[in-house]
Write a protein that binds this ligand. Structure first.
Ligand SMILES: *Cc1c(COP(=O)(O)O)cnc(C)c1O
Length: 412
């Protein structure tokens, strides 16, 4: 695909006709900043500050312990799960919001292994987001006879998918390259081999429509601080398909997953339904912030978001693909692309730092990938045009060679 690059005037016209343009006012962003990192940490919704203040000053400060019942704190992992469900194509009762993606993967993978006795292999991609691999290592170190086997790419699944495989863990969108995998097709192949399918949707939730139920997915996990704008460290979610809920058991059997937590009985007995995947007291600050961002998402149509995301990423690619030293790594086909563009450049780190100094925020993933995330609710066509212009100028001027752009911080 090679599209004739648009002019800045054409971008201004697209912004004027953009059905999502009014969402920009829902977000607090520094004046003049072009934020292309919403795939790492989503922007702050305006309403979040007031909601968090209300939680702190009223629900906690004034109402104190009563809020567990009266403000709905106790039910919030379920209430928020039901609100995230439509973004994932999930019928109610299969989702809770709790803990982190890593912890939730630990729980669902442990449950999956227990549902496949006699099988011990867990397949995952070598290039997966490393925490997912680390958690698979941790789970398989505890489950006798189980082990992690690495795939070079999801394309090679059929080479390794035999009767020893209990579960397959894959990211729907690759965090580095932005490649989108075929969720229904892969799920079908995995299940045809008798294994269970676990999807990590961290980089696709709220970036594109997802159909967990229609795709027949067994389990899914994902975070809420990227495209969902829940805030730094906001709680993650987990999905367990209805058909597994009666038999699935997970080992982080804390009191929030107990059938009668306030009976304070010595023995564990899981709740019926998805609640058995809860472990402990949720962080109310994080849950409240996520609730505020869901207020915004509930007004947005995901198909419209997806259409604009593809238009923005097409625009960016068409503007930067000819630049010196740049290789576009993200697949060109729409059905294989998430909502980010990864560009390879041998000096990606200082180039990204030079862009940040110009007010264009992307990020860098070792060894040589520059990542740019596209968030249609708060990004305009004109900003994308300007960002591409800045990248061209940084490369043409060689300003990235400046020593101050070559020092690395703890978080890249
Ligand atoms: C962001 C991300 C995570 C984050 O894990 P946490 O445990 O929530 O810190 C995990 N997996 C993938 C694929 C991610 O993109």
């Amino acid at each position: 695909m090679s599209v004739h690059p648009l002019t800045r005037e054409e971008c201004l016209a697209l912004d004027a006709a953009d059905p999502l343009a009014h969402f920009r006012a829902e977000f607090t962003l520094p004046e003049g900043l072009i934020y292309l990192d919403g795939n790492s940490l989503g922007a702050l919704p305006v309403r979040t500050s007031a909601r968090v203040r209300e939680l702190v000053e009223v629900e906690w400060g004034q109402e104190l312990i009563k809020s567990w019942n009266d403000a709905g704190w106790f039910r919030l992992p379920h209430t928020l799960g039901a609100r995230v469900a439509p973004l994932l194509g999930a019928a109610p009762g299969q989702l809770v919001v709790c803990d982190t993606t890593s912890v939730n993967l630990f729980k669902v993978l442990s449950a999956a292994l227990r549902l496949r006795p006699g099988r011990g292999t867990v397949l995952a991609e070598r290039a997966a987001f490393p925490t997912d691999l680390y958690i698979v290592e941790g789970v398989t170190s505890l489950a006798k006879g189980s082990r992690l086997e690495l795939l070079d790419h999801a394309d090679r699944l059929d080479d390794l998918l035999d009767e020893g495989v209990a579960a397959v863990v894959l990211s729907h969108v690759d965090y580095r390259t932005g490649e989108l995998l075929d969720m229904p097709g892969i799920t079908r192949r995995v299940q045809a081999a008798g294994a269970l399918m676990i999807w990590d949707v961290c980089h696709s939730v709220a970036a594109l429509p997802i159909e967990l139920d229609a795709s027949g997915v067994d389990f899914a996990v994902g975070c809420t601080y990227k495209y969902l704008n829940g805030g730094p460290g906001s709680p993650a979610f987990l999905y367990v398909a209805e058909r597994h809920l009666a038999t699935a058991a997970q080992p982080l059997s804390g009191w929030f997953g107990h059938a009668r937590p306030f009976a304070f009985e010595p023995g564990y007995e899981p709740l019926d339904g998805i609640g058995r995947f809860l472990t402990s007291s949720p962080s109310m600050l994080g849950q409240a912030a996520l609730g505020a961002s869901l207020d915004v998402w509930e007004k947005a149509d995901l198909a419209t978001v997806r259409a604009k995301s593809l238009a923005l990423t097409d625009l960016f690619v068409s503007l930067v693909e000819q630049l010196d030293g740049i290789e576009v790594v993200t697949p060109r086909e729409h059905e294989r692309r998430g909502s980010q563009i990864a560009l390879r450049h041998s000096d990606g780190y200082p180039v990204v730092q030079a862009l940040i100094a110009r007010g264009v925020v992307g990020d860098f993933r070792a060894p040589d990938l520059m990542r740019f995330g596209f968030t249609p609710l708060y990004l305009s066509y004109t900003e994308v045009w300007d960002a591409a212009r800045h990248l061209a100028e940084v490369l043409e001027s060689g300003e990235w060679r400046d020593e101050r752009f070559n020092r690395r911080g703890e978080v890249t």
